[in-house]
Design a protein around this ligand. Structure first.
Ligand code: ACO
Length: 344
């Protein structure tokens, strides 16, 4: 087999043709690899070239074959406020150009770059078919990560809720139960920007969540989340056009925010939303506050995000309580996602 050649250059955000080509690599790969996702949000991709995500330094490259065609795209996110030894990467090759050695070249490129930046742990993600069957996925990306010597540090199952098949009577009954079990707590709601009076509570809960979410063998230290970071993330999310819906529960006696559920959807399509955080403070568990905030938030989203139909959520297998809530609400398993990790 002839040796593959590839020219890898930093993505020029001022070159519309190159930006469009890079976006197309992402979009066409996603249509091949996870066809039940909508096309990646173009607004988020283009605005994201100018608006950094708070706490992340992002680097992007395009890869051209010897004919000059853009056939690959690589992105690396380097955390800047914590996890300073880590980086998450995304190596993408157009489906019709795979198995020619391009992925290997891009992998070598990114490893060399990250070593030069003093990053020690590289993380990447791929989807695969669920072990027992389910929606079939191209085995290539997972085979590639294994071939590069990466280890699956955390496997998560993606579940999807289709609101067209939502059992409203069952949801109403679950909500009534949750309301009865959670006397002494009041709900607060906000959209894409958390109000000043709630921001400290949100920051505290967010850092709790990140400190407790099951991470398997992932080398990921607790993130330094404070009010300023929450505010900066809200502002960045608004700039890339994501619309969010959030519901939290406040403990009436102490005024402390103790549970929170949020979801959001991108600027460019209406049907698909991603479930964000759902968290109950450990001292307040067992009162159905997770179910309460999640269902109340879903009901708000149905009103405030017209056209919403699908909600995707990812859970580690050990997160049994959250999975039970999701299954009860009608979320169904679709595919399995690996968090690959490698010390470089
Ligand atoms: N089946 C079995 N093994 C495979 C397959 C496959 N379909 N694809 C790649 N491999 C393994 C093989 O060992 C291969 O070596 P070989 O061809 O000598 O046997 C090795 O990976 C390298 O393959 P390349 O040809 O260099 O990889 P390719 O150019 O096909 O790109 C990539 C691989 C980037 C994963 C591509 O499939 C893709 O774009 N997938 C979608 C995006 C994605 O999931 N990226 C994340 C990958 S993990 C990461 O970023 C570190």
């Amino acid at each position: 087999m002839p040796t593959a050649t590839l020219t890898v250059t930093p993505l020029d955000a001022d070159d519309p043709a190159e930006v469009a080509a890079a976006y197309q690599v992402r979009a066409r790969a996603q249509a091949n690899d996870v066809p039940d996702f909508p096309a990646p949000c173009r607004v988020a991709f283009e605005v994201g070239l100018r608006v950094p995500w708070p706490g992340d330094e992002t680097h992007r490259w395009v890869a051209r074959s010897s004919s000059g065609e853009v056939v690959g795209y690589v992105q690396a996110n380097l955390p800047t406020l914590d996890n300073l030894s880590n980086a998450s990467v995304d190596i993408i090759v157009l489906p019709e150009h795979r198995r020619r050695g391009y992925g290997r070249i891009l992998y070598a490129h990114i490893v060399e770059f990250l070593r030069g930046r003093g990053r020690r742990v590289m993380i990447a993600f791929t989807a695969e078919t669920l072990p027992g069957g389910g929606v079939p996925r191209d085995p290539g990306p997972t085979a590639f990560a294994r071939a590069m010597g990466m280890k699956s540090a955390l496997a998560e199952v993606r579940r999807r809720l289709d609101l067209e098949t939502l059992d409203h009577a069952a949801i109403d009954a679950m909500l009534a139960d949750a309301r009865a079990a959670s006397a002494g707590y009041s709900l607060v709601r906000w959209g894409s920007v958390v109000p000043d009076e709630l921001i400290e509570g949100v920051a505290l809960l967010d850092s709790d969540f990140l400190n407790q979410a099951p991470l398997g063998d992932l080398q990921w230290e607790p993130e330094n989340v404070d009010a300023a970071r929450i505010r900066a993330m809200d502002e960045a999310r608004v700039k890339v056009g994501r619309v969010a819906v959030n519901t939290a529960a406040v403990h009436d006696e102490t005024g402390t925010m103790v549970a929170w559920s949020g979801l959001s959807r991108p600027a460019t399509h209406v049907e698909h939303a991603g479930q964000g955080i759902t968290l109950v403070h450990p001292a307040h568990r067992g009162r159905r506050l997770g179910l309460l905030t999640k269902i109340e938030n879903l009901r708000t989203a149905i009103i405030e995000l017209p056209g919403i139909r699908y909600i995707d959520t990812w859970n580690a297998a050990v997160n049994k309580h959250m999975i039970a809530i999701n299954e009860q609400m009608g979320f169904r398993a679709v595919d399995q996602w690996h968090n690959w990790q490698q010390e470089i």
